[in-house]
Every structure is written in C-alpha cells, then in structure tokens.
Design a protein around this ligand. Structure first.
Ligand SMILES: [Zn+2]
Length: 305
C-alpha cells in the first residue's frame, strides 16, 4: 500500500500545481512563471537550478508540466503532453520535467528519450508518485507532506517521543511552541547562544546561556534582556528549520561534543542543560520513523497533554 494517497489533492489541477511549486522550491529550485500562457497548458511553469562545473556556472531551466491523474490511476499518455518542443521553446527552457501523480506511459517516455537523443532537448525527468513519496516521507519534507496530505498527518507519526511525554520547544518570550509551528509556518525561530566576554584575552570562551525565540521581535526583546548592561554577547543564531534536518542536527550534536572536550570553550551547567534539552526535543522530529502508523488518539496525546 502506498504511504501517501495522492487523491487527497483535488483533481482540478490548481492545487496539484501549488504542491509542485512548493515541492520543487523545497528541493532547491527557483520557480519562474513562463512568459506565455496557452489554454491547454495553463499550469506550465519553470523550475530553475544552477549548474556548476569547473568552467560552467549557468542556470538550467526546466519546463514543469503538471499532470494529476491519481483519481483515474492511469499513466500520462503522449497525447496528453502535446507540443512539448514548442512549449520548451516558448518558455526558453532547457529540459522537460513531468510532475505526475501516476507513472509515465511507455510511449511518452520513448518520445522524450528520442528528442533527447536527437539533441532537441538537453534532458528530461519524470517525478512520479514513487519519487515524490520517497521524499515526502523524510523529515525534511514533513511540512509539505502535512500541508497537502492532511489524512497522512492523522494516521502517521510526525513526531517520535523520546521520553514519556512530548517535549515542546517554547519561545522564551511569548511561549509559543516553535516545534509545532515547524509544520505550519515558514519563518519560525532561532536558537541563540550567549557568550560571556573574556576576563583575560586567552581565557576560555564561556557559553553562559542559550535561548530559543521567534525570529524578529521576540529575539530582539530577549537579546536586550540578556545582553543590555551585562557582559554577555549573542554569538550564534541557528534556524530551527535547519536544525531539524538530519545532517545539520548531527553537525550540531558533534560540534557540541567537540567543544566541551576542549579548553577553548566551556559551558555553564545551565547552558549545557538547555542545549541537551534542545537536542532531545529536536530528536523527536529529526529521528522519527516516518513510516510508523499511529492512531489519532496517540497523536492527540503527543500534542495536547
Ligand atoms: Zn515568540
């Protein structure tokens, strides 16, 4: 059985296109609207990536064609992708990218490989349901998965308890739970470290405190509270949305271990305790097992207890 039910996205097309844009943007593409509109391919858009080599650094423009046929469970046929070369030319695109909720038909795939081998297009790719699922199931794509597949959020584990109860990550100023808002908002919060100014030039750096805040006003208020008229400086801001990505989370953990093993940096006991709490709280998101099914009542316990 598939992890995601693509029929959760309505068949009329517009939401599927929004999903495609969000997905590709999250994947690292820059989204552009093509300079033409035609009645048949009203939903075409371009996704641009930078290609960098030893001598080359240039944008590669993909024409994204969205086809959402999950409700009929039929492959995308050649006849449903008319005038591919014309559309590429008009949108000044280098390659063709099919964003499909079902597989591509063999005839269409053959046609795409033919025009590629004749150098009429530089490349083509098909992102089908299988490809999309592989990414949607990872923590990095959790926010998009939850936004477009609400039933998935009800039946699958989106956070993994590491202790008996859910560990929130609260903004120290307004008390908003910033771990929860990672699933719903774009700009969330930051973790800020506060360093004590050295008494002697070659003394150890002391991390005296750490706070978590919403970006903007809450951060400014807390900086003033901790740093004005004291010997503390705010020295590092790390985005919460970065920290939940597995490689960044691992880096953060390893650098903490390295730092406390040297004479150059020391932590006060309270700062270290806060940092260890944050590691545990982030682990609920980063180390979750995405395929675990969960009952709605358990989901409620995690979020509302
Ligand atoms: Zn706040």
């Amino acid at each position: 059985m598939n992890l995601f039910d693509f029929t959760e996205i309505p068949a009329d097309g517009e939401r599927w296109v929004r999903f495609a844009k969000d997905f590709l943007q999250h994947f690292g593409f820059y989204i552009e609207t093509p300079p033409y509109r035609d009645a048949e391919n009203v939903f075409d858009f371009c996704a641009v990536e930078q290609v960098s080599g030893k001598f080359n650094y240039h944008p590669f423009r993909w024409l994204v064609s969205c086809r959402h046929k999950a409700a009929t469970r039929t492959a995308v046929k050649e006849s449903e992708e008319a005038d591919i070369l014309e559309r590429l030319l008009r949108s000044r695109a280098d390659g063709f990218l099919g964003f499909y909720s079902t597989p591509v038909s063999p005839a269409l795939e053959f046609y795409l490989s033919e025009i590629k081998s004749r150098f009429q297009i530089k490349d083509y790719r098909i992102l089908d349901a299988k490809f999309l699922e592989t990414h949607l199931a990872t923590p990095a794509f959790a926010r998009i998965a939850l936004r477009y597949f609400p039933n998935y959020a009800q039946t699958h584990q989106i956070l993994h308890l590491v202790e008996d109860k859910y560990l929130p990550i609260l903004c120290e100023h307004c008390r908003k739970d910033l771990l929860k808002t990672l699933f719903t908002e774009d700009q969330q919060g930051v973790v800020v470290r506060l360093r004590r100014r050295k008494d002697v030039p070659d003394g150890a750096e002391i991390i005296a405190n750490i706070y978590v805040a919403c970006k903007g006003d809450c951060d400014v208020e807390l900086q003033a509270k901790y740093c004005n008229g004291t010997n503390l400086n705010a020295v590092s801001w790390t985005d919460l949305s970065d920290l939940v990505l597995s490689p960044v989370f691992l880096d953060w953990t390893l650098s903490l271990v390295k730092q406390i093993g040297t004479d150059e940096v020391t932590y006060t006991t309270s700062a270290l305790e806060k940092e260890l709490y944050l590691l545990k709280a982030f682990a609920q998101y980063t180390l979750r097992e995405p395929t675990d099914r969960i009952t709605p009542s358990t989901q409620n316990i995690m979020f509302h207890k």
